[in-house]
Ligand binder design. Structure first.
Ligand SMILES: Cc1ncc(COP(=O)(O)O)c(C=O)c1O
Length: 307
């Protein structure tokens, strides 16, 4: 969408993206090319992926005062290359599979301002954060900003069917349609699958018909209280929680094959990656179930400590 928008605007040289290190956007080729080029699983494809720009991972944590200079390199890249950059793509507030990193809304606010100043579209990948996961319906709301394009998936159907959606502003859609092509030139066979769309509508209605904010706050409060027990563990570096996301960051990478068997023996399905043991349960989880989950995770992680 971003590329076609700039082709329509007679600026086809705007054919690069800028993303953040530590980001994760998926496994198709264009998506792989904007994932963190080092820490992800895609480096073996480096020779075949298109090259884009990367700014450092935001350093200021979600609840910290903004560190001066955190946005400096991002700004320098935009200033130097804005004529080639079609869009910035990032995961707002929570970088998910690239490190479960929660960063400052001030950073995001400044990104929005810089994109507007330099005539660059902002793409918010809310595939993991969308539909209440961080405590806001969309994570962009923490910074009170609107992206030009937003990517949705995962919770769009509550996980019941596969569906993703890419939404854009009127400016982007009109820009695309006013170009030579006249419409958006991209569409796979199963696009807009009616059954999946119907499931998505039902899931969104269900979410919005209840006090989901209070529910996510309840999950957050129970997670936060339960995470306290992990802090004294020798093998744990740090813990964090935001909305319905809990993260236990270990000092060393865990052995996935081994640890997963132990989780299963506890009756749990947890899939850590690297040093990160993270939990993103469905919102129907009860406090009792969260406690069972955290107790099982604690048993497994405290066993690691004894090795
Ligand atoms: C933020 C983010 N973007 C994109 C994706 C990729 O989505 P999909 O696997 O549906 O292509 C993921 C999946 O984990 C994600 O977390």
């Amino acid at each position: 969408m971003a590329f076609q928008y700039w082709i329509s605007k007679k600026q086809p040289q705007k054919n690069k993206l800028l993303s953040l290190r530590g980001g994760y956007h998926g496994d198709t080729f264009a998506a792989m090319s904007v994932c963190d080029p080092q820490n992800g699983m895609h480096h073996i494809f480096n020779q075949v992926l298109p090259e884009h720009y990367f700014a450092p991972k935001p350093q200021t944590a979600f609840d910290q005062p903004f560190k001066k200079g955190d946005i400096a390199e991002f700004k320098a890249i935009l200033e130097a290359h804005h004529q080639q950059i079609a869009a910035v793509i990032l995961e707002p507030i929570v970088q998910g599979a690239g490190g479960m990193h929660f960063y400052s809304p001030d950073y995001l606010r400044q990104v929005r301002a810089l994109c507007s100043e330099h005539n660059i579209l902002l793409i918010a990948d809310e595939i993991a954060t969308g539909f209440g996961r961080t405590g806001k319906l969309f994570a962009c709301e923490w910074a009170e900003i609107s992206p030009d394009i937003i990517c949705l998936g995962k919770s769009l159907t509550g996980g019941y069917m596969t569906l993703a959606a890419t939404l854009c502003s009127d400016e982007v859609s009109q820009g695309i349609c006013e170009g030579e092509a006249g419409c958006f030139m991209h569409g796979p066979t199963f696009m807009g699958n009616p059954l999946a769309c119907s499931v998505a509508n039902a899931s969104i209605d269900l979410l919005l018909s209840q006090d989901w904010q209070a529910n996510v706050k309840r999950i957050e409060a129970t997670f936060s209280a339960e995470l306290e027990a992990f802090k004294p563990l020798e093998s744990v570096a740090t813990t964090r929680c935001m909305g319905a996301i809990a993260v236990i960051e270990m000092k060393q990478a865990v052995n996935l094959a081994e640890i997963q068997k132990k989780f299963v023996a506890q009756g749990l399905w947890v899939r850590p990656f690297g040093k990160l043991v993270y939990l993103m349960p469905p919102f129907i989880i009860t406090d009792k179930q969260i406690k069972k989950l955290m107790k099982g995770v604690y048993e497994v992680l405290s066993e690691l400590q004894e090795i």
